[in-house]
Design a protein around this ligand. Structure first.
Ligand code: ADP
Ligand code: MG
Length: 321
């Protein structure tokens, strides 16, 4: 995967670590009342600068844990995590504030968590810029207006969140999140409280922001239909990334455009991968499997069945029985 040229400038300084978002063998263990919960069990993820990626997984699979770490609100138990070249395991207090203010922006599921209720949409978008300092009031207002326009909520400028629809609030929340031009925009179930049509609108707005500003976008959700709106979807299961779907458009010889989705298993640095559950069920795989190396692929065999095949060939030396 290559980085779009719009994001090439800030990609250059992170290329050494292999991406804008890098997680390697990330582990987060929660200990509560003497019981340990492994929310992340060695998660691997690389996202290129300028990309728009969805992480999809069932409830409890570790999505929010991952985003809380990437947003700098929580520290992992072990492993590596870096965003835009910032190492999240060694981040000190002051750097953490700067990181949250300038490097990442977030949109949360609860519309009420994203906006301050007593401020208008314009004031909400202006606030992070005012806190960051270094800009005049008029340039802040100009930028806030521009962002609200880009997100199609210019008409909400002087309204408070309580008088806006859920979709309008989330669009405004995206404007707030990108106000200080972060390198990465993180969204945790941003459409979780919205109906289907409004969800689609908000996802399209994520795409607009990604395309117009070059910000890297990571959306986590339990809603598998989100993957229809992004080029790359990573499946998270039991605190690990398991499979990945890449979508592309292809035009055939009659000029008709086709949407093609390719599914891949995620292979980690040491060669581990997870077999999809339907493969495991269909072949009744259990406990251990035999692997065979073929010239252009690898085979996975049920223990018993492959034994039978091997018995009829001459590869018996070294068999442990
Ligand atoms: P998701 O967002 O995919 O639904 P979470 O990241 O919220 O999943 O949770 C993953 C696992 O970690 C779950 O089993 C959850 O119960 C557990 N968990 C999350 N936060 C905490 C916490 N603060 N203390 C203890 N366990 C937690
Ligand atoms: Mg969650």
């Amino acid at each position: 995967m290559t980085s779009p040229s719009t994001a090439a400038d800030h990609a250059a300084d992170t290329r050494g670590s292999g991406g804008e978002i890098v997680c390697e063998d990330l582990v987060r263990i929660y200990a509560a009342d003497g019981i340990e919960v492994q929310a992340l069990q060695g998660l691997n993820l690389h996202v290129d600068a300028g990309d728009l990626v969805a992480i999809v997984g069932a409830s409890g699979s570790g999505k929010s844990t991952l985003l809380t770490i990437l947003s700098g609100l929580d520290t992992p138990t072990a492993g590596k995590a870096s965003v835009a070249g910032v190492d999240l395991l060694t981040l000190g207090g002051k750097q953490r504030v700067a990181y949250q203010r300038h490097t990442v922006g977030f949109v949360w599921q609860q519309t009420s968590r994203n906006l301050l209720p007593y401020l208008t949409a314009l004031e909400n978008v202006a606030l992070p810029m005012a806190l960051a300092g270094g800009q005049t009031q008029s340039s802040i207002t100009e930028r806030a207006d521009g962002l609200l326009e880009m997100l199609g909520v210019g008409h909400c400028r002087d309204r408070r969140p309580s008088t806006m629809s859920g979709g309008e609030q989330q669009r405004t929340a995206i404007a707030v999140a990108v106000a200080n031009s972060p390198k990465v925009l993180l969204a945790d179930e941003p459409t979780g409280e919205l109906d289907e049509a409004t969800s689609v609108e908000v996802l399209e707005m994520m795409r607009t922001v990604n395309a117009e500003t070059g910000v890297t976008v990571l959306i986590v959700t339990h809603d598998p239909t989100v993957s229809e709106h992004v080029r790359r979807t990573v499946q998270i299961r039991d605190g690990r990334t398991s499979t990945e779907v890449l979508r592309r458009r292809e035009t055939d010889e009659h000029g008709t455009e086709h949407h093609i989705a390719d599914e891949f298993a995620v292979l980690d640095r040491v060669g581990r991968m997870q077999l999809p559950q339907d493969f495991v069920t269909a072949l009744e795989l259990k406990d251990r499997v035999r692997l065979t190396l073929e010239p252009d692929h690898a085979g996975v065999w049920r223990d018993g069945r492959h034994d039978a095949r091997r018995d009829s060939t001459s590869h018996d030396e070294g068999d442990q029985r």
